[in-house]
Design a protein around this ligand. Sequence first.
Ligand SMILES: *Cc1c(COP(=O)(O)O)cnc(C)c1O
Length: 390
Amino acid sequence: MKYIPYGYHWIDTKDIRAVVKALKADFITQGQTVAEFERRLAAYCGAKYSVAVSSGTAGLHLACLASGIKKGEEVITSPITFVASANCVLYCQARPVFADIQNDTANVGPEEIKRKITAKTRAIIPVHFTGRPCDLKEISTIAKRRGLAVIEDAAHALGAEYYGSKIGSCQYSDMAVVSFHPVKAITTGEGGAVLTNRKDIYEKILMLRNHGITKESQKFIANQSDSKYPWYYEQQLLGFNYRITDFQCALGLSQLRKIDKFIERRRQIVAEYNNFFSRIDGVSVPEESPGSRHSYHIYVVRLKAKQLIANRARIYAFLKSKNILPGLHYIPVYWQPYYRNLHWYKQGLCPQAEKYYSQALTLPLFAKMSQRQIEFIKKNFSQALSRYRK
Ligand SMILES: *Cc1c(COP(=O)(O)O)cnc(C)c1O
């Protein structure tokens, strides 16, 4: 590959062997491997149930449907996230409401959430941005007091911990959604999962993943004479085909065995980066929140010196000329043309988020990085900073 990207997967020969084996099985979709992956994932996170789906976005959509979000209702989320965190609300014909981020963590803040609650609010979707857990205790207290659902967008945070439990344990939420896109902690190519401790939600999401169909006789609701036959099934809800394949889950199972190693490696690289970049004036490096363990999905530095902020595009271009491809996570969601055209949002809505966006830059971080690549990035980024601080 020509560039060092901001994120990258790590697939080894064991992973490849696991997928090849799965491809030789009788069922390459809707077989046993999906269920086994779901069991292992739930056990890893410490949740009772998990449902694997075709993408993290599909998981967010089903999570919104399962919590009963309806037309005209409001759901509070962060503006500094991937568009999927808010799009899932629009899929339900509800309205995403953006609460501002905290300046220090860049996560959506409990006080900011409180200020956005109205009579129409139905749920909160906190995003553990970059893999740094949100203030879940506070958010869950706010939600419980008002009867709101909490759906964690944990796409960045598989492997992170919050006060002794894994993100995905759903100790402070109704559901948590993870993603297995190749830049995330582990991959299935495309894929995602919804974790929950609630049996009712689990069963609903299982059905919604497969067109709203059930084949279990004890769940049938129609009083039909045909229901005694083995071919009988019922569609009870309007669901989707959000299924994942068995060979993807074979990859997921193989990857899940290595997740702790992956996260540990990410943390080592961050320690090295932080040690180096924190000594440079005019930038700030990511930190860990008290009581939590960061999973470091991405490494975002913030440019603090005025000249560096003004020269960010030049810094980006300098790195690109060295074949380092930084990222920018994220443009405030409501700045997107689609959202602007909805007329509910205008520039200036979330000042902290907009300030954050003017300062952020994502440097490459992935478990498979070599020491040479790390040194190369340290050298070139510090060069860019000294060159453009004037
Ligand atoms: C990756 C991501 C998603 C969506 O996951 P996909 O598997 O790509 O659909 C949702 N939210 C956030 C914050 C993400 O980074």
